[in-house]
Design a protein. Structure first.
Length: 577
């Protein structure tokens, strides 16, 4: 390929490579084997969340090498670095889960600091698990550099007794085992085969949901999120991502040219029609915040409400990410949305063209099995629904994908728990009744701290056959693998004195996902009296360290649980320093 020439006088890396005063800096680059030509080319950060914590991240290192080849072929110089992840599948069900959401901010912060400290001109970010995807994309938007995102890919499904199985099945098997419906031997057989390869959880849980978002929002190349992690085709997408970021530098297309109000709406549409994770209701506002765009939980839920649900993926449906990829992936889903006029086609994508132009190149159509035609959807409204009422004045969210209409209305007495562990123990000891509404509070971003996910409790309920016979509400979160009437993100959270902090056992709660309401049978006067007698937030054991710092900084759930003022407060642009 012909070597391209870039004007370094307008790029941040000039501060570390150009002029006599930068001779000491250049000596460091020579020490790493770089040539003079490489030193004077654009420097591209290739950031990965590679680690040995879980299968989601283990393939990222390999894919980064292909990204670097693409950058080099586009006349750039790649500089690889890594950041942390906290993998939810490992952190789930214990104190470690408090680190999960806080890790999203740490990822964005550390990528920002690395890019700023070394004056890199552009960013290709590779991520594999839950919070690492929005964390990486938040860094791109915050820095507003030419950026391309690449998902590490999903895990292959396991096979047991002729059926596909995922980690969701293992979590639910814990409940079946505890209920005496599964032997220890059967549980051990399942755990040994459920996760057979590298890659993130295979259903439309948080990782795959945010991977779909990366394509729909335009930061990832079309169809790049679909192939499972072990597939060699991922390396080709990785190399193409490296080439693409060099083209973006040449055209001066930056992350906020791509991430706009319209592209955020496109992303929310794709979450809704695929029955994606409720966590998107937290991450999309946080990504918007980095760009200085007000796009809150209400805005996300408005889009969810009028978007058909037509992609049949686990946990509400039958199929996994590999199946979606094999029938054409996210581009085919977006083509269906376009047919119904539910897609903004003028948004810019990572390959420099518009979304409409990118979709014009896609020849495949809905297969009718994994992706239904939008004219005949699974349901007429999205797989995720927003709720509001006197129990959640700032909103809440519930995943209804796969739930029959009769199960989307639930009234019952509150069974109040002060943390997730208390609720899990009540499930294990059968200390609840059919018809109860579990209330798990003090699990919000500040009050937890860390806004834990509740998969252990909800999966145990499903395993006991009670998933449709009780409901659950929390100021914490749910895993994308959660199913049943489980309402998360209740705001204001208990630590901030929200109504959820004032509930008592026996209060009658009504949840209505059809009308979008969440109410407790108490008058305003009764709630005000309880508020006056409220003794304040529960004290936590986290009085120092990263989680204390997070609890002090974190804001409201409906705004994305963010920890800094965001794009609106900026007084400079990194690229222009």
């Amino acid at each position: 390929m012909l070597k391209r020439q870039f004007d370094k006088t307008k790029l941040p890396s000039r501060h570390v490579t150009e002029g006599a005063a930068r001779a000491p800096h250049r000596s460091y680059y020579y020490a790493m084997g770089m040539t003079e030509e490489e030193i004077h080319q654009p420097l591209v950060g290739v950031a990965t969340c590679w680690n040995e914590a879980a299968p989601c991240n283990i393939a990222l290192n390999r894919q980064a090498q292909s990204v670097k080849m693409g950058v080099k072929s586009g006349s750039g110089t790649p500089r690889e670095f890594t950041t942390i992840t906290v993998t939810d599948g490992i952190a789930m069900g214990h104190e470690g889960m408090r680190s999960s959401l806080a890790s999203r901010e740490a990822i964005a912060d550390t990528v920002e600091l690395t890019m700023r400290g070394h004056c890199y001109d552009a960013l290709v970010g590779l991520a594999g698990c839950d919070k690492s995807l929005p964390g990486m994309m938040m860094a791109m938007i915050r820095l507003n550099v030419p950026s391309v995102f690449l998902y590490g890919g999903s895990i292959l499904p396991g096979r047991l007794n002729g059926k596909d199985v995922t980690v969701q099945d293992v979590f639910e098997a814990v409940g079946q085992h505890q209920a005496g419906n599964m032997t220890t031997c059967e549980l051990e057989k399942l755990e040994a085969v459920a996760c057979p390869s590298a890659g993130a959880c295979g259903g439309q849980f948080t990782a795959n949901t945010m991977a779909c978002v990366s394509e729909a929002i335009g930061l990832a190349l079309m169809n790049s999120s679909g192939a499972p992690a072990p597939y060699e085709s991922r390396d080709a997408y990785a190399e193409a991502s490296g080439v693409a970021v060099m083209n973006l530098i040449e055209k001066n297309i930056r992350a906020r040219d791509i991430v706009t109000r319209k592209s955020l709406e496109n992303a929310a549409r794709v979450v809704a029609c695929t029955g994606g994770s409720t966590n998107a209701g937290l991450h999309l506002p946080a990504m918007a915040h980095e760009a200085g765009i007000d796009f809150y939980l209400d805005d996300v839920c408005d889009i969810f409400r009028d978007t058909p649900y037509f992609v049949d993926l686990k946990p509400g449906g039958q199929f996994v990410a590999k199946d979606l990829y094999e029938v054409g992936g996210v581009p085919v889903v977006m083509k269906e949305l376009r047919k119904a006029g539910l897609l903004h086609e003028d948004c810019i994508t990572a390959d420099g063209c518009s979304m409409g132009e990118a979709l014009d190149k896609i020849t495949r159509e809905a297969d009718g099995r994994v992706i239904y035609p939008i004219e005949t959807p699974l349901t007429k409204t999205g797989g995720v629904v927003g709720l509001k009422g006197n129990l959640a004045p700032e909103g809440a969210i519930v995943k209804v994908a796969g739930m029959e209409a009769q199960h989307q209305l639930f009234t019952g007495p509150a069974r109040v728990f002060e943390c997730e562990q208390d609720a899990f123990e009540a499930v294990q000891s059968r200390g609840y009744k059919e018809g109860d509404v579990f209330v798990i509070r003090n699990e919000g971003p500040a009050g937890g701290p860390g806004m834990r996910e509740m998969l252990a409790t909800t999966a145990a309920l499903s395993g006991q056959g009670m998933g449709k016979k009780v409901a659950l509400i929390t100021d914490g979160r749910f895993s994308g693998a959660t199913r049943g009437f489980c309402v998360g993100h209740v705001g204001p959270e208990a630590a901030h004195g929200g109504p959820i902090a004032l509930l008592q056992d026996g209060d009658v709660i009504t949840l209505n996902a059809i009308e979008g309401t969440i109410d407790v049978a108490l008058t305003d006067e009764e709630l005000a009296e309880r508020k006056a007698n409220w003794k304040g937030p529960r004290e936590t054991i986290y009085a120092s360290g990263a989680l204390w710092k997070y609890s002090q900084l974190v804001g409201e759930i409906y705004k994305g649980a963010v920890t800094h003022p965001g794009g609106k407060a900026e007084k400079h642009a990194y690229m222009d320093l």
